[in-house]
Design a protein around this ligand. Sequence first.
Ligand SMILES: [Zn+2]
Length: 444
Amino acid sequence: MQLYNSYSQKIEELKPIEEGKVSMYVCGPTVYNYPHIGNVRPIIVFDTLKKALEAQGFDVMYVSNYTDVDDKIINTAIEQNTTEKEITKKYIEAYDQTRADLNADMPDVAPKVTETMDEIIAFIAQLIEEGAAYEIDGDVYYRVSSNTKYGELSHQKIEDLLVGARIDENDKKEDPLDFTLWKKTDKGIQWDSPWSKGRPGWHTECVVMINDVFNRSLIDIHGGGLDLKFPHHENEIAQNESLHHTHLANMWVYNGMINIDGIKMSKSLGNVWWAKDLIALYGGNVIRWVMISTQYRAPLNLNEKAFESAKKELQKITNAYKQANILLQVNGVSSTQEIDHPLWDAFIDALNDDLNTPNAITTVLECVKKINQAQRQKPLDCDQLTKYVATLEAMMRVLGIRLNRIVMDEEEKKLYNDWKEAVKEKNYEKADQYRACLIEKGIL
Ligand SMILES: [Zn+2]
């Protein structure tokens, strides 16, 4: 598997730290609202990457957190006159439902900030001990000047960063670039710490959850949306460098952003598309197909047309699959695990080329073409058709697309054969009756 590594700014071969095993962490959502289509992209991209790796025999440990401590959660709880716990419970459930609707695997571990608090406080204390952090009036800041590697992920120079940082200068900090590890507060949910009653900073939470869940300071893949690279991931790396002297992940992989009809999605513009609405309208398959029709790194422009054309393309695939299955069943052929190797290899090669899902889709369509050709072939080569069908099933499993397999009973098989016979005999009146029955049963 070759992936674009933002850290080295190169396409690199994935070389797992432990042979045959891949450790992958993807920054999860702050749970104060329903997931929107922008949250869906990383879910689908990294789930597809996981499935592509698993299809080649890798054992993937996939971890994605829930940020369940945040000002936005506290404000939402106050607005709705309820507790933070109630808010986060509701939206974690909504996220889990969205994942299920999109046929995305649940993470192997989904850590929560509230359940990692002791480790977070211990981590901050260690950074202070190392001289990489300092406390002022109950707040704790990371000391950027203690880390000569700062900017290593986003490839920015400290001097350039300072120009931007000076604008919102906080005179408590030693340096405008220093970021918050612990914030003293009397608003909302708080924890006791050696410095004050307060809450941790977001950048610390993720790095501690990675160290804690994987029980290591270097993993194979760290993923997320491109907007997380700076400052979030730069700051995750900085803290890890200070304590563990590694850059946290060998590969830093980012999905591109989503635009709605060419415009950045935002609440203030009123163009937020909620995942649950799109799922109700189009179903999980169509949404997945739209997302994988563009390579994960490219910006993705969405509009109604994109969903409609994905729907049509998927219909062609599912129709071919359905008709081939019927044909095989009436011919008494059972399914096989055996696949067509040239087609499958081309599919995997496309995915291994920096997860090039558009090229993988091309091989899927090639497989569908072969299925359609094989169905028309006389005499019918059942072995070949079965192989193509099994190949399509395997490809769609990796892409996370659900295929509905029709299982016909004897009566239905007889009806189908009677229909074909009536057509052959040019008894159109009878053929139409059979056909209507088959349509009613959902077979045609
Ligand atoms: Zn994160």
